[in-house]
Design a protein around this ligand. Structure first.
Ligand code: ATP
Ligand code: MG
Length: 425
């Protein structure tokens, strides 16, 4: 493996003793502490690692706490009765607690699963994936995500220069960005994500590499890229993330159909729409994935929308969604929901603007309430956004339609069914 200035597995770690750092046991969730202590008392090395350590050092509440140890999966299963092994090649152990809480424990590895997959393609893979703590730190993505908290003496163990980068408010890739991005291009998204979330600057070596190699993201499984982007929509910091996506052009590598289509005003509109998501997420409003995609796709579809009947609108929008997403995979049901919401909103908007009522056949649609939210989201003045999108203020969705027993066809000449506007459901 190739390493840069952030050290190599041979270098001793920088140990930061308890009085010299701010990570306190009080702030670590009790389940993760129980796992750490049980491992320690059984004679294993046990560290807290990843986002949990990073967020505690930043004074933020971590989303989850991951544990890493020298105990192997089989040993972990014996130590924690209420646990299971997941993953085939890269096995880790989930320890279950009351209330459905899970702590994930992995064994020190010598490389990331993505580095290993890349190596399988270019040469023989190493027999074992397990490794030393030093190797485990080096396989991680960013220096600020590679710090260990050692439950044995409450010290921090830094093999990668993470403490220095935290102090400098800098996002730096562990190892050579060219190598690490080529092996897993999703790391480019992770660089932008973490910079956006905590307002850090991106190390020039990583930034230059994203500018030069952004196109590699198209080699990743599209479903993985989609799921990664969803995390950013839900992050409450989607605006700074998408700004970086546009500045670095990584956005256009993922969505090539948008190249030359947005222009400065289109980019502005996209950021305006995405920027409205953040206050809602920050205030804990529940936002469905369909709504998030509908908001995002509005920037692509809106300039070409002309008044049409609902059914035509849906067909037109479905085509546009396919074009806008390029290779990004989308389950059929999700695509249908998003296209229906966009079409319904386009149908409702002129009526609402003129103060006209929405026909009952539209208000009865399953997605009417979600579409109402989309409309409020798009049209509310900035100062009223939270109030108008308040989940309590949404129209209640109609009860699920009862399944009617199939009637026999009427004989010829019987009363024809009233023509409905568009397909529903
Ligand atoms: P979050 O707060 O979003 O959970 P996180 O850094 O914990 O941030 P996770 O996706 O939970 O992100 O990953 C846990 C840890 O696994 C990371 O901190 C990092 O050390 C490592 N990691 C995650 N993805 C990669 C990757 N693609 N390559 C190398 N290491 C990774
Ligand atoms: Mg995490």
């Amino acid at each position: 493996m190739q390493f840069e200035s952030s050290g190599s597995p041979q270098n001793p770690p920088h140990i930061i003793a308890r009085p010299e750092h701010t990570v306190s046991r009080r702030d670590i969730e009790v389940e993760a502490l129980k796992v750490l202590y049980r491992l320690h008392h059984a004679g294993y090395t046990a560290y807290l690692v990843g986002g949990g350590v990073r967020d505690l050092l930043l004074g933020k509440t971590p989303k989850d706490f991951d544990v890493v140890t020298d105990a192997r999966p089989g040993e972990l299963r014996k130590l924690f009765r209420n646990s299971r092994i997941i993953g085939r090649r890269f096995r880790l152990v989930q320890v279950f607690f009351k209330g459905g809480h899970i702590v994930e424990v992995s064994t020190f590895r010598c490389r990331s699963e993505f580095d290993e997959l890349a190596e399988v393609e270019t040469g023989p893979a190493k027999e074992t994936t397990y490794g030393t703590p030093a190797e485990d730190a080096q396989r991680r993505d960013l220096t600020i995500n590679g710090l260990f908290y050692n439950v044995a003496d409450f010290s921090l163990v830094d093999y990668v220069g993470g403490m220095e980068d935290l102090a400098a408010k800098r996002i730096r890739v562990i190892g050579d960005p060219a190598v690490r991005f080529a092996r897993d291009p999703v790391r480019m998204l992770r660089v932008l994500r973490h910079a956006a979330r905590i307002g850090f600057t991106i190390d020039p070596a990583a930034w230059e590499e994203i500018l030069a190699q952004g196109h590699l993201i198209r080699t990743c499984p599209p479903s993985r890229v989609r799921d990664e982007l969803l995390k950013d929509f839900h992050s409450g910091q989607a605006l700074p993330f998408f700004k970086l996506m546009l500045d670095s052009k990584l956005f256009y590598a993922i969505f090539p159909a948008w190249v030359g289509k947005l222009g400065a005003s289109g980019e502005g509109r996209l950021l305006e729409l995405i920027g409205r998501l953040d206050p809602l997420v920050q205030n804990g409003y529940p936002l469905s994935d369909s709504l998030l995609w509908a908001v995002f796709l509005t920037a692509f579809i809106e300039p070409e929308l002309k008044p049409r009947e609902f059914k035509d609108l849906r067909e037109f929008i479905q085509e546009k969604i396919k074009a806008a997403l390029g290779g990004i995979e989308f389950p059929r049901a999700r695509q249908d929901e998003v296209s229906q919401m966009l079409a319904l909103e386009a149908r409702m908007a002129p009526l609402l603007a003129k103060g006209q009522p929405i026909p009952a056949r539209l208000t009865r649609l399953r997605l009417y309430s979600a579409t109402w939210l989309l409309h409020q989201f798009k049209t509310a003045p900035e100062a009223e956004l939270l109030e108008r999108c308040d989940p309590e203020a949404l129209p209640t969705p109609p009860p699920p339609a009862k399944r009617r027993r199939q009637r026999r066809r009427r004989p010829r000449g019987g009363r024809g069914r009233e023509k409905k506007e568009g397909g529903e459901g």
